[in-house]
Design a protein around this ligand. Structure first.
Ligand code: HEM
Length: 249
């Protein structure tokens, strides 16, 4: 803990791993949203068939980085030494959670929210929604990478499916082309794909709304509580004039 001006004290909360995860997550999601939107409205914009395959391939490469970064964060939540990086400080659960949630909401309404060094109870609800959506996007995206552009981790399986395992067809198979596929098998594969593209499509819009809500909530909390919420994702520390309620739990 470092002394700052007056009676404000800086408390370390987010270690470098969390901060790197957060900003790589932001950048990859922005990239995925941008390329995904062009894929979605490709017809209206006049993207050619080859252009669409290229965009899907680029989207998948950004997606791999997004998935690796997300996997790293999910593992870190089990093994991190910093208690604020662990599931116990993230999930909206555990003894006394509903009481702390009520206290935080009524405190915020009354103009005095309890000061949290880690995530406050409302932020935990938001994080549960965000992580669930990110997982849905990652899993459905990895399946679509296989069904649409025959890319890993499942591309070889889907290529095998649509060609019936014919080595000659497999060697000539191209993403976005139906030339070397067995049409009946291809139709079956597309039927299998349907729930995954629907999940990815609707997940995209819900995630977009959740991201906007997350940013708005962070800005509002920063303006009301003035604990350096935004700068903490760069510096790693928040500042308080009194001891946060979740310190030395
Ligand atoms: C936050 C994460 C993600 C967002 C916001 C996102 C967004 C989108 C959007 C808007 C589309 C167009 C949907 C449509 O055409 O109906 C799309 C398609 C696609 N996404 Fe993602 N995506 C994400 C993650 C991923 C990941 C991790 C992968 C794979 C590694 C992936 C692979 C694909 C593929 C292959 C398609 C083409 C499917 C198609 O439209 O035919 N996505 N994505």
């Amino acid at each position: 803990m470092n002394q700052t001006s007056d009676n404000l004290k800086a408390y370390p909360v987010w270690d470098a791993s969390v901060r790197w995860f957060h900003w790589i997550n932001v950048l990859t999601i922005l990239g995925l949203i941008a390329v995904g939107t062009v894929i979605l409205y490709g017809k209206e914009i006049g993207v050619s068939a080859e252009g669409k395959v290229l965009l899907k391939t680029l989207h998948v490469y950004i997606g791999y980085l997004f998935c690796l970064n997300l996997s790293w964060r999910l593992i870190m939540a089990f093994v991190a030494k910093n208690p604020f990086s662990r599931w116990s400080s993230i999930l909206p659960a555990g003894a006394g959670f509903s009481g702390r949630l009520r206290e935080y909401v009524s405190g915020t309404r009354a103009g005095y929210a309890p000061a949290y060094l880690g995530h406050n109870p409302v932020a935990r609800l938001m994080l549960a929604l965000l992580y669930s959506l990110l997982l849905i996007m990652a899993v459905t995206g990895l399946i679509l990478a296989g069904t649409d552009v025959y890319m890993p981790p499942f591309g070889a399986l889907f290529a095998d499916w649509v060609t019936g395992g014919d080595a000659e067809k497999l060697a000539q198979l191209l993403p976005g082309s139906k030339e070397f596929v067995d049409m009946q098998l291809y139709t079956e594969m597309r039927a299998f794909r349907k729930p995954f593209i629907s999940g990815h499509y609707y997940g995209f819009f819900v995630l977009l709304a959740a991201v906007i809500l997350h940013v708005a909530a962070v800005v509002i909390a920063e303006l009301r509580e003035k604990n350096g919420l935004v700068s903490a994702m760069f510096s790693g520390s928040k500042v308080f004039s009194e001891k946060p309620v979740d310190l030395e739990k």
